[in-house]
Design a protein around this ligand. Structure first.
Ligand SMILES: Cc1cc2nc3c(=O)[nH]c(=O)nc-3n(C[C@H](O)[C@H](O)[C@H](O)COP(=O)(O)OP(=O)(O)OC[C@H]3O[C@@H](n4cnc5c(N)ncnc54)[C@H](O)[C@@H]3O)c2cc1C
Length: 402
């Protein structure tokens, strides 16, 4: 570290990561392990982008294999549950022993009318190794009701509290995470100048810069004068429900299309109450509905799919959020993570939180192939610690539809 003048501190780093969601943080940890000196810049709170909206399901490809054959998407995520589980057990590439596992498995259920289709699908070779049919005795509590006539399969897909993962990764690395003022970043030749949230200015000289800011990559690409890659947004309107819920549910309900009709995860709000967080086709279709219509549609879905659900004083909310990814023809979902390199500027999106480990592998490989020098210890000034985001359902303003 050298002081160029009295107001700007110069810092040399091997790699500079911009964006502190799951992808940037996982990569920061892996770069440190690989001996690179890396710093991460975050303009808001850690996890405050898509990561705090994620349902936390570490997909193993089942959802994407619903067509009955192994698609490129399902192949890309197949190893992810095992890698995340190993981290949670303290035996993996990162230490996630302090993270919270919400459920050891995610489930897939059918209503009575779709049972035969589901059996056929699960009998297929693709799925045999990845799922187990759950018989009555060990059904999760919600499905132990007499009125449940469908079938339930347990998928090898753990569900994590996403913000506990962010904290578990970031805490040991926080000296290398700088909270920066939004819109303060200026790109110079192989370097960036930023204003920290505390007001100090820093000039980072990097060998490689990784743009990993989710939706923020679009603005960063402009600042770095990169015309490629292009980004796409795919909107979702997720529904939240609270009030008198007792059951913790982690399940997709299979409908007529390849996309689950509804995907429910359960979370504890800060006041200790259970919140159901609902996505799937309900949230995809929700984009074309106003909030009142979407909530009506959610009520109808629950009444049809879980008719025995007894809701006492339910409260509803709608969360609007964009998925940010590399642009694909027809704005379709990319099969896997994406990485594009222009000189020493690398832009990356994980596409799924589950894929953060695979994305980090590919980025390390890229950095190695760029012959980035490992420059030994860097002196980091004692800047203020980053803050952590909170879950959207802890914001009273979202419960407007009571
Ligand atoms: C509703 C929903 C549910 C989902 N559920 C799942 C799921 O169950 N399982 C799964 O695998 N995936 C899921 N996903 C996808 C997953 O959330 C994303 O793929 C993942 O969180 C993206 O992580 P990221 O780190 O790339 O981006 P983000 O989490 O968006 O993080 C980007 C970070 O960059 C920061 N930033 C932005 N601009 C700047 C800047 N100029 N300077 C500094 N910092 C900046 C932001 O503040 C933010 O913290 C879901 C997505 C959505 C929307």
């Amino acid at each position: 570290m050298t002081s160029a003048n009295s107001t700007i501190t110069d810092i040399n780093v091997d790699a500079l990561i911009i964006g502190g969601g799951i992808a940037g943080l996982w990569t920061l940890a892996r770069l440190h392990q690989a001996g690179y000196k890396a710093v991460l810049l975050e303009a808001n709170a850690l996890g405050s982008g898509q990561t705090r909206y994620a349902q936390g399901i570490i997909h193993g490809g089942t959802k994407y294999a619903l067509t009955g054959k192994l698609t490129a998407s399902s192949a890309a995520v197949a190893d992810m549950p095992a890698r995340w589980r190993a981290c949670y057990a303290g035996k993996g590439e990162l230490d996630l022993t302090q993270a919270e596992l919400l459920s050891d498995a995610h489930y897939l259920w059918s209503t009575g009318s779709l049972t035969s289709r589901l059996s056929g699908f699960f009998a297929s070779k693709v799925m045999r190794s990845r799922s187990t049919e759950v018989k009555n005795v060990s059904l999760p509590a919600l499905f132990q009701h007499n009125a449940f006539k469908g079938q339930l399969y347990q998928l090898d897909e753990p569900v994590f509290n996403t913000l506990s993962v962010i904290r578990a990764i970031a805490e040991p690395l926080k000296k290398t995470i700088l909270p920066v003022a939004a819109n303060s970043l200026q790109h110079r030749d192989h370097s960036v100048v930023v204003t920290a949230q505390s007001g100090e200015m820093y000039h980072f000289h990097y060998q490689s810069v990784l743009l990993m800011a989710g939706e923020g990559n679009e603005d960063l690409l402009l600042r770095f004068a990169c015309r490629k890659p292009e980004m796409q947004r795919r909107a979702l309107k997720m529904v939240v429900l609270r009030g008198g819920l007792h059951d913790l549910v982690y399940a997709h309900c299979l409908g007529a299309s390849v996309n689950p009709r509804i995907t429910i995860t359960s979370h504890y709000a800060a006041d200790g109450n259970i919140v159901w967080y609902m996505g799937g086709q309900l949230a995809e279709d929700g984009v074309h509905k106003n909030n009142a219509d979407l909530i009506r549609a959610a009520k109808k879905e629950l009444a049809e799919l879980i008719p025995w659900l007894d809701l006492k004083q339910p409260q509803w909310g709608v969360l609007e959020i964009n998925r940010a990814e590399i642009k694909k023809a027809g704005i379709t979902r990319p099969d896997s993570f994406s990485i594009e390199q222009h000189g020493n500027i690398i832009t990356a999106w994980p596409t799924k939180m589950a894929l953060a480990p695979a994305l980090a592998d590919a980025l390390i490989e890229k950095i190695e192939s760029q012959h980035i020098r490992r420059s030994g210890d860097i002196e980091i000034p004692p800047w203020s610690a980053p803050e952590y985001a909170d879950f959207p359902w802890n914001d009273p303003a979202i419960w407007e539809h009571e």
